[in-house]
Design a protein around this ligand. Structure first.
Ligand SMILES: [Zn+2]
Length: 297
């Protein structure tokens, strides 16, 4: 779901590029291009080939994304403008899960024209938006997957905790205005507990010692392992079935031994998870759906 423009160089090139990109929108952590990075990530997006050091610097210098409004089909749409010096062209993206529209420009000068560029792609954006289900808010009435099982969020008058899960329901107590945030806190807490438990189980089996475990909301990766042996995971893994979370943990723990995707690395993964094809296929098919869930503000 990418649209790429390169002036008039040819519509064909544009089409080819789009097909190439959309074919790589899912898990591509076997991607050879990240083989030599000192930070290995379980990603669901095609990523750069820059080294860890470069990545670090680029992230540090990364400006805060700007938001602009664009009118499409009579409604005002928020467009996120991003600067990415690694991008070779202007790129419009519509997140098929959340409907978020973003334009990435390769330079500051390009950034100034980003909105115009998006305006020129209005029809394409409208078409993509029509296909996107849009965000699902963490609020009463919404059904969300929790450990892979659909759970309906419901308000509770009283109960054992501010938020708890039981029999396909996530109950949330307290004022409605805070419900969404409370559910998110609950999911993050559950994610942390499950991720830490799996790390504690897997790491000793490979004689690996992580320095730290962090839980974040990273849109582009499920997990990562830095050269400083710090493991990082997306809280959204708690929405996926346990075998998927388990695989991502095993994958990152294996990177504590092999910071690449070599045969030796996969041999380590295999010690921890006998069948890693099933969770990989699950992430490829459903991973993106997990990005839909958002706090209602
Ligand atoms: Zn990896």
């Amino acid at each position: 779901m990418l649209k790429i423009l390169e002036t008039k160089r040819a519509q064909n090139q544009c089409k080819r590029a789009r097909a190439h990109q959309s074919g790589n929108l899912f898990i591509t952590h076997h991607d050879r291009r990240i083989r030599f990075r000192s930070s290995c990530e379980t990603e669901y997006k095609y990523r750069r080939s820059a080294s860890h050091r470069q990545t670090h610097v680029l992230f540090r210098k990364k400006p805060v994304p700007r938001h602009e409004s664009l009118k499409i089909d009579g409604r005002l749409l928020e467009v996120r403008l991003r600067l990415n010096p690694r991008a070779r062209r202007m790129i419009v993206k519509v997140n098929p899960a959340t409907g978020e529209v973003s334009v990435t420009a390769p330079s500051r000068r390009g950034l100034a024209h980003a909105l115009d560029f998006a305006r020129g792609e209005k029809d394409w954006i409208a078409g993509q938006l029509a296909k996107a289900p849009g965000p699902a808010f963490l609020a009463a009435g919404t059904v969300i997957p929790f450990q892979g099982v659909p759970h309906e969020i419901r308000a509770a008058a009283k109960g054992p905790a501010p938020v708890w899960a039981a029999d396909g329901v996530i109950w949330v107590r307290g004022r409605e205005a805070h419900a969404s945030r409370r559910v998110l806190d609950f999911l993050k807490k559950e994610a942390r507990a499950a991720l830490e438990a799996r790390v504690l189980e897997h790491a000793p089996r490979l004689n690996a010692k992580p320095s730290r475990i962090t839980v974040r909301d990273t849109a582009s990766r499920w997990g990562s392992c830095s050269s400083g042996r710090s493991l990082s995971f997306s809280w959204r893994l708690i929405l996926a079935p346990a075998f998927v979370l388990d695989y991502v943990v095993a994958h990152e723990v294996a990177h504590l031994r092999e910071m690449n995707h070599s045969a030796r690395f996969w041999a380590h993964v295999k010690i921890l998870v006998a069948d890693f094809q099933a969770p990989q296929a699950w992430l490829k098919q459903h991973g993106r759906e997990l990005q839909r869930y958002a706090v209602k503000t």
